[in-house]
Design a protein around this ligand. Structure first.
Ligand code: NI
Ligand code: MN
Length: 226
């Protein structure tokens, strides 16, 4: 899997020759000014929940690329009404797509759409192929449900976890989350975009290191292979 960071909680992941865009929020993010959304190619767009800092650019990118949205039932309904193609999942459900199996898992957070309408319950995704497995926690605090992930899914190759605190878990909880999901390679997200979620990257790296875990910050626009 090739994982390109597009800022905030947005990633473009290449899996089995498909391009999978996660939580696109690029045009509204000054830190991601170097990313031109017209250059983003996507086959699927995965949305963890309905908040604007996760769905803002989904409609425009899907209309241009014809990508299919994968999210919860309510987020999918909202985008279906805009004429987009969607595949709805709900918590505990998984589906074998043409490029990977995707399971929608619990997150403890809230979810409303940019117009205030109901966005269902927020979630995360576990995405796996024959050889790799990636956990995308979405916006969440630490939850005991994370312990179910290693019981229900293949061994994780990497986990994308929020670390910015304030709206999601902070460093201490993210380190515990890495232990709960039994993953040693962590890609942080949901930090630095706003003043409330600024982090000291060295502190984050050190906190994971103390528990024997590798924390890999990806620069916006850069790609990491896992
Ligand atoms: Ni959120
Ligand atoms: Mn968010």
């Amino acid at each position: 899997m090739k994982i390109r960071f597009l800022g905030h909680a947005s990633f473009l992941i290449e899996i089995n020759n498909k391009k999978v865009l996660i939580d696109p929020f690029i045009k509204g993010n000054p830190l991601a000014a170097s990313i031109d959304i017209n250059t983003i190619d996507a086959d699927y767009v995965l949305l963890t929940h309905g908040h604007g800092d996760h769905v803002a650019d989904a409609e425009e990118i899907c209309k241009r690329t014809g990508a299919t949205i994968i999210s919860n039932f309510e987020v999918c309904n909202w985008f279906q009404d805009k004429g987009l193609s969607c595949h709805a999942l709900n918590h505990g459900g998984k589906f074998k797509f043409d490029f990977a199996t995707i399971k929608y898992v619990m997150a403890t957070h809230t979810s409303s759409m940019p117009d205030g309408s109901y966005g269902g319950n927020p979630g995360g995704f576990v995405i796996w192929t024959e050889t790799e497995c990636l956990y995308i926690a979405g916006d969440t605090g630490l939850t005991m449900d994370m312990k179910l992930i290693p019981m229900l899914c293949p061994k994780l190759s990497a986990a994308i976890l929020p670390v910015g605190d304030n709206f999601t878990m902070g460093i201490e909880e993210a380190v515990m989350a890495a232990e709960f999901v039994e993953c040693d390679k962590i890609i942080p997200c949901h930090f630095d975009t706003m003043p409330q979620i600024k982090v000291d990257k060295d502190k984050v790296i050190q906190a994971f290191k103390e528990k024997g875990k590798e924390c890999l910050f990806i620069e916006i626009g850069d790609t990491l292979e896992v």
